[in-house]
Write a protein that binds this ligand. Structure first.
Ligand SMILES: [Fe+2]
Length: 204
C-alpha cells in the first residue's frame, strides 16, 4: 500500500505582479522618445549598464520637466511598493520606514542582444520592471525575466523561475534576487522596459 505523500513549499521568495493602467496612455510617447534617442545615436551599447540603456535619471527633476508622465510611473511604483511593505514580516513591522523611488532607467532589448549576465540591484530594497513594449508572438522562453534562487541549490527544487512579461505589466522583486532577461532573437520589435529601484530608509 502506498500512503499519501504531501509536499509543502517552505520559505518561498515573493515576487509581485500588477498593472498600471494609468500609464498605458503614455506607452507610445515612451516608444517614440526611444526611437528618437536611437536615431540621434544616443544609445551606446554597454554605456550605462548591459545592453542599450538610458541614464538612470528618468525619475529626476530634469526628466520630469521634459516628461511629466514619468511621475505617473513613479507614483505607480511607489503605491505598489507601499502595499508590499504593508505586509512586511518580523521586527520590520514595528519600524517605520520611508520609501525612495529615485532611480529609473529605460532599457531597449533588440533581437540581436544575447547573453545577459545575472545581476542584482543591491543596495535597493525593491526593484521593478515596467514593460512598455513586449513584442507579440515570441516563442516560449524568449523575452522572459528569469530569476535565480538565492539559496544554495538542492535536488528537490528548481533554482530558476521565469516570468513571461506582457506589455503593461509591472513586475516587482526583492532587489537582492539574481535575475536577467532572456534573449528574444525572434522579436520583430524592441522589448522596452523601465527598470526602477526603490530604497527603504528605516526610522531609528
Ligand atoms: Fe536588473
Amino acid at each position: 500500500m502506498t500512503t499519501q505523500l504531501r509536499r509543502a513549499e517552505l520559505f518561498g521568495t515573493p515576487i509581485w505582479q500588477t498593472t498600471l493602467p494609468e500609464f498605458s496612455p503614455y506607452h507610445d510617447k515612451v516608444m517614440q522618445a526611444m526611437r528618437e534617442r536611437w536615431d540621434a545615436g544616443l544609445f551606446e551599447y554597454h554605456q550605462y549598464a548591459f545592453g542599450y540603456n538610458t541614464p538612470t535619471d528618468i525619475f529626476g527633476e530634469e526628466s520630469f520637466k521634459a516628461n511629466p508622465h514619468y511621475r505617473v510611473l513613479q507614483a505607480g511604483l511607489r503605491s505598489a511598493c507601499e502595499r508590499i511593505l504593508e505586509r512586511r514580516e518580523g521586527y520590520a513591522k514595528k519600524v517605520a520606514c520611508q520609501l525612495n523611488c529615485i532611480q529609473a532607467w529605460i532599457r531597449l532589448q533588440t533581437p540581436e542582444d544575447k547573453g545577459f549576465p545575472w545581476h542584482h540591484h543591491i543596495p535597493a530594497e525593491l526593484s521593478g520592471v515596467y514593460f512598455v513594449n513586449v513584442p507579440g508572438s515570441l516563442p516560449l522562453g524568449e523575452g522572459d525575466l528569469t530569476f535565480q534562487d538565492s539559496q544554495p541549490g538542492n535536488i528537490f527544487q528548481t533554482s530558476f523561475h521565469s516570468v513571461r512579461p506582457e506589455t503593461g505589466a509591472l513586475v516587482i522583486f526583492p532587489s537582492y534576487l539574481l535575475h536577467k532577461p532572456t534573449p528574444c532573437p525572434s522579436a520583430t520589435d524592441w522589448r522596452i522596459g523601465v527598470n526602477m529601484d526603490a530604497y527603504v530608509e528605516w526610522s531609528r
